[in-house]
Design a protein around this ligand. Structure first.
Ligand code: APR
Length: 310
């Protein structure tokens, strides 16, 4: 039997994610959206690409949740996206309501699933999903670190004229202005990046990665990034359904690790069929640890705003 993946939100991020998974052919996909006809039309269009791609997986679109029953992974992308001049935090209360109503349903129909949260502001939405689903925290995880890290690696590879595959890096912290690239563990085929790029230039590259989402919003004007986000989601989905136990930077619920408790923050995790199977504690220097804790404080502020609004 194939794995089953539900993707909620048939907009840019959700539909592209569904497409990437369907094209891979290893999971049946259910695409859900509140807009009548949108998920049905996109899913049918993708299904009809099956004979060309040689894919026998199924994909259906729906406005309800019955079809999502028994999913192994539920990807939540429903919500509003940023427009130029908006921060991810501007989306907080609107997306909180959307994520709440969605995960009430998905958790009911797929009580054993891993929920993968993508809607922004990501860390706060993961926290809300944990609360509403009542799932153990290993089965609610957020996508941000892979994307932030991919942006950082892209810019480093471009700067150095080497393959992206030769650049290893981790970006931790919240998904936003407080993200924390771990410069010490960033290396190019084993050589620390600090030996290859001058500090001032490296800081510019870090800042561009930090602003990577906004750079794309400013180009698109009517929406935010979705190609690199959906590729990041699919890497996580594959790690879960194939029980890869891959160590990836994800947004996970910390309970004392890095001195942070009861909060979702971006850290390296071991991702497998049980979701977050382990939180990996890197040896951070004091600057990085402080930056990570500052990032956690920014997430805490959003959690408090949400608590006041419920
Ligand atoms: N239930 C189901 N779908 C919903 C609901 C709901 N309650 N509310 C909104 N949606 C759907 C919209 O109808 C839309 O099709 O979510 C979809 C969002 O798609 P886009 O507007 O294209 O946004 P997208 O770029 O996909 O981003 C979605 O992911 O990366 C984050 O910041 C981004 O929070 C945003 C989310």
């Amino acid at each position: 039997m194939r794995n089953k993946v539900t993707v909620v939100g048939a907009g840019n991020v959700g539909a592209t994610t569904a497409q990437r998974i369907f094209d891979g052919g290893y999971a049946d996909v259910v695409l859900v959206d509140i807009v009548d006809g949108l998920p049905q039309g996109k899913a049918l269009d993708m299904l009809e690409s099956g004979p060309i791609l040689g894919t026998d997986a199924s994909i259906v679109g729906t406005n309800g949740y019955e079809e999502t029953e028994g999913s192994d992974v539920v990807v939540v992308t429903s919500g509003i996206a940023r427009k130029p001049g908006m921060s991810r935090d501007d989306l907080l209360l609107t997306n909180m309501k959307i994520v709440t109503s969605v995960v009430e349903q998905t958790a009911k129909f797929s009580p054993n699933s891993v929920h993968l949260i993508v809607t922004n502001p990501l860390d706060a939405m993961a926290q809300q999903a944990l609360k509403i689903t009542g799932f153990p925290s290993n089965r609610v995880v957020g996508m941000a670190g892979i994307l932030d890290t991919a942006r950082y690696r892209t810019f480093l590879a471009e700067e150095l004229g080497v393959s992206v595959n030769s650049v290893s890096a981790y970006v931790l912290g919240g998904h936003g202005d407080t993200m924390v690239p771990v410069v010490e563990s960033t290396n190019v085929a084993g050589t620390p990046v600090s030996k290859l790029i001058a500090p001032k230039r490296l800081e510019e590259i870090v800042q561009r990665a930090r602003d990577g989402g906004a750079e794309i919003v400013n180009y698109l004007k009517t929406g935010s990034a979705f190609y690199a986000p959906s590729a990041s989601i699919v890497q996580m989905v594959e790690a879960i359904i194939f029980d890869k136990k891959e160590i990836l930077p994800c947004t996970a619920y910390l309970q004392g690790q890095y001195g942070i408790s009861d909060l979702y923050v971006g850290v390296p995790v071991k991702l497998g069929s049980n979701g977050v199977e382990e939180i990996v504690e890197l040896n951070l220097n004091s600057d990085e640890l402080n930056a990570l804790r500052k990032s956690a404080e920014a997430v805490q502020e959003l959690v408090e705003v949400m608590a006041g609004a419920q």
